[in-house]
Design a protein around this ligand. Structure first.
Ligand SMILES: NC(=O)c1ccc[n+]([C@@H]2O[C@H](COP(=O)([O-])OP(=O)(O)OC[C@H]3O[C@@H](n4cnc5c(N)ncnc54)[C@H](OP(=O)(O)O)[C@@H]3O)[C@@H](O)[C@H]2O)c1
Length: 351
């Protein structure tokens, strides 16, 4: 792309699930991009579309990244570990969506509407949060600020795009190979064999898999552990108790959460509803409505519904859905960049 006034922006992983959303957002949200430099693994000849042009997305060039103003890393933990510290040391703003730096002490982990105050002018490497935790961190932020959340119990119903493009392709192919499936000739429901998968731990079509990531010695999966640790960091709540069960389900995009929040003191449902209604970034369903992965997919906000009393006057139950690729990743990163621009810490250059 020809260089114009504005930012030189690198996107590492531009051909992935998150990367393609990110490139589209850079265009639709009018980020002042003077030149876009997209990169992929370089294993295939890849390209992305940006402002009606096709841009090659080759393997990473450190030299090309070193002269960027802003670099989005939407690739993997390994790639982020290799590139991010060196780029940030050059003074380049680096926004990383991997898990590599989220819990590092001096690296801000930021959802702008929840803890934008954690951004620092001299901390050029910024981590974006886990996509499962983001919906909860946004939805519960005001309840936490006004009343205090002491304990969270959570079950997630996570879309396959959350595991990347290979997982999504595999799900589509599994459904294609089962396209003739229907009731048995005698009208009984078919029984499917467990099936195999090369990307996810089990076949995902017509299934639900209670494993997202690897299991640790305590029996929790890495996703469940991340949700707990990142929520404590984002809410500045080191003592928050969290127990999560992360489940992969065959939805395409949009992670759904069933959450039980125990507050510091009893709350009426009316007060809880009022706080949720004015929570930044959250759209609360009215009149008994509720969001689903299909209604929230492709949308920017976090959605919630089905507010109920839990088992005690201090406990609330809530259903939350957010698009994992947008608010859970690409959109959040772009919003961080917008905040840096708004503060004047990141400035488009005249060329
Ligand atoms: N998916 C989500 O909902 C979500 C949410 C939050 C955070 N994240 C994080 O965002 C990152 C990207 O996830 P994704 O779902 O978009 O994955 P993905 O669909 O598998 O895409 C991965 C991207 O990284 C590129 N890549 C792979 N190896 C590379 C290398 N050695 N050097 C440079 N680029 C390389 C791939 O290029 P090729 O096209 O050439 O393979 C592709 O563009 C991950 O860190 C993930 O944890 C994902």
């Amino acid at each position: 792309m020809r260089r114009a006034d504005g930012l030189i922006v690198g996107v590492v992983g531009a051909t992935g699930m998150v990367g393609r959303e990110l490139v589209a957002l850079l265009e639709s949200r009018r980020i002042p991009v003077g030149e876009l430099r997209p990169f992929s693994s370089g294993r295939a000849r890849s390209a992305v579309r940006f402002r009606k042009r096709t841009l090659a997305a080759p393997g990473v060039s450190r030299a090309a990244l070193s002269s960027c103003d802003l670099v989005f890393l939407v690739s993997s933990d390994e790639v982020a570990l290799e590139l991010a510290p060196a780029l940030a040391a050059l003074g380049i703003w680096v926004i990383d969506d991997s898990a590599a730096f989220r819990l590092s002490k001096n690296i801000p982990l930021v959802i702008p509407e929840v803890n934008g105050g954690a951004l620092r002018r001299d901390r050029r490497l910024i981590a974006g949060p886990n996509c499962t935790m983001t919906g909860l961190a946004v939805a519960g932020a005001l309840l936490h600020r006004e009343i205090g959340v002491r304990e969270v119990r959570l079950a997630s119903y996570q879309a396959v795009s959350g595991a990347g493009k290979a997982a999504l392709a595999e799900m589509f192919s599994q459904y294609s190979s089962l396209s003739g499936l229907g009731p048995e000739p005698d009208g009984r429901a078919p029984v499917l064999r467990p099936g195999t998968s090369s990307v996810l731990p089990r076949a995902i079509a017509y299934n639900a898999i209670p494993q997202v990531g690897r299991f640790g010695a305590d029996g929790y999966s890495s996703e469940e552990t991340k949700v707990a640790a990142e929520l404590r960091k984002i809410w500045s709540a080191p003592g928050l108790k969290v127990s999560a069960t992360a489940v992969r389900v065959p939805s395409i995009r949009g992670h759904a959460l069933s959450a039980w929040l125990t507050l510091a003191r009893p709350i009426t449902l009316a007060r809880a509803r009022a706080l949720l209604a004015k929570t930044p970034g959250l759209v609360m369903s009215r009149d008994g409505g509720y969001p689903t992965p299909r209604s929230a997919g492709g949308q920017s906000p976090v959605y919630a519904g089905r507010l109920r009393r839990g088992t005690t006057p201090k406990e609330l139950a809530l259903w939350i859905v957010a698009d994992n690729l947008l608010k859970g990743a690409a959109l959040n990163s772009v919003q961080v960049a917008e905040e840096l621009l708004r503060r004047g810490w990141l400035k488009p250059r005249a060329r």
